[in-house]
Design a protein around this ligand. Structure first.
Ligand code: PHE
Length: 336
């Protein structure tokens, strides 16, 4: 096609579009000129056969033609959807895609945040890579404590480690805020454990910290945890405290939930005891307050730390902790 012929065709095409009486006619012209097999794309494809010297001028003319045709079509209300949308059968059923479910660990964390949210606790966050001061020293942990041992903790040099607990977020929160403080801190924690059915080198905890200038007692701690137990596990589940030791709380307790399967009567799940251990807790040790610059004469408070995997395992009846990390949809989809 010569340039002159092109100009002729162009004039003809624009005249035809301007004269098109209805949408079907506009569509037919769209297909004829700019459709996939239309005359303009065909010209573009054939460009390589045009003598080299004429190519720039010819190319320009083709592009101009295309732009004018598209402009004219648009002015006539031609759809931008092209041929495909015309072919779509809107009466066919849609494509079904299955909805995912939240991972049980995320669910436990989100539910816990919601339950404590009702009691005025907000969520605090801290890094997984911690320093010795936040993870141990300020938590009143003496240098000879076994948890600091290289065989128990992932150290990177002398002052950098993967946190062994979420308790360092207590320190970060108190250093950054004046009392009163009311937070929970969910997150990943690390210990050099060999992985078996109930242990993993990487697991999750949810820390809780409540500090006030009004006196806070162990009874406050117990009532809050009893409320949490009932909300999380259902009616009939409560807590009991057993004396224990943690360097950063005094007194310290281990916290058991009533076995939610047998409601305390004794069964396989709770090894006939009626109780299941779920957390460590206690009243914040005055030395911890000193480390963060709080006056132990002015403030008091409690702290607790839950194992998220433990709660997920008892809540959903999961016998092996490894199932929580394998991402096997056959397992995860059962918890929908
Ligand atoms: N950090 C303790 C642990 O990992 C749990 C804990 C938290 C105990 C807060 C008391 C207070 O075992």
């Amino acid at each position: 096609m010569t340039l002159a012929e092109l100009e002729n065709e162009k004039a003809e095409s624009l005249k035809a579009i301007a004269a098109a009486a209805d949408a079907a006619a506009v569509e037919a012209l769209r297909v004829k000129y700019v459709g996939r097999n239309g005359s303009i794309p065909a010209l573009i494809k054939a460009m390589k056969d045009v003598p080299k010297e004429e190519r720039p001028a010819f190319g320009k003319a083709v592009q101009a033609w295309r732009a004018e045709v598209e402009g004219a079509l648009a002015a006539k209300g031609a759809g931008a959807g092209g041929e495909k949308s015309v072919d779509a059968d809107l009466t066919l059923p849609g494509r079904w895609r299955s909805l995912g479910v939240k991972h049980p660990l995320s669910r436990v964390i989100e539910e816990t945040a919601a339950i404590f949210g009702h009691l005025g606790f907000t969520v605090a966050d801290g890094p997984e890579l911690e320093n010795k001061f936040n993870n141990f020293t300020a938590l009143n942990t003496p240098p000879h404590h076994p948890s600091m041992d290289r065989s128990d903790t992932f150290w990177f040099g002398d002052d950098c480690l993967l946190r062994t607990q979420t308790s360092p977020v207590q320190i970060r929160t108190m250093m950054a805020n004046k009392p009163p403080v009311r937070v929970i801190c969910p997150g990943r924690t690390y210990r050099r454990d060999t992985t078996d059915a109930t242990h993993s080198a990487n697991f999750h905890q949810i820390e809780g910290l409540y500090v006030d200038t009004k006196p806070v007692s162990l009874a406050d701690l117990k009532s809050v945890l009893a409320y949490f137990a009932k909300e999380m596990m259902g009616d009939g589940v409560t807590v009991r405290f057993r004396p224990h030791f943690f360097p950063f709380t005094e007194p310290s307790v281990e916290v058991d939930f009533t076995c939610h399967v047998c409601k305390g009567r004794g069964c396989n799940v709770c090894k006939q005891s009626g109780w299941i251990e779920v957390a460590g807790a206690g009243m914040v040790d005055p030395r911890v307050f000193k480390f963060v610059g709080y006056d132990p004469e002015e403030v008091s408070g409690y702290a607790f730390g839950f194992g998220v995997e433990r709660i997920a395992m008892i809540k959903y009846g999961i016998p092996d902790i490894r199932w929580l990390y394998e991402n096997d949809v056959r397992f995860l989809s059962q918890l929908a």
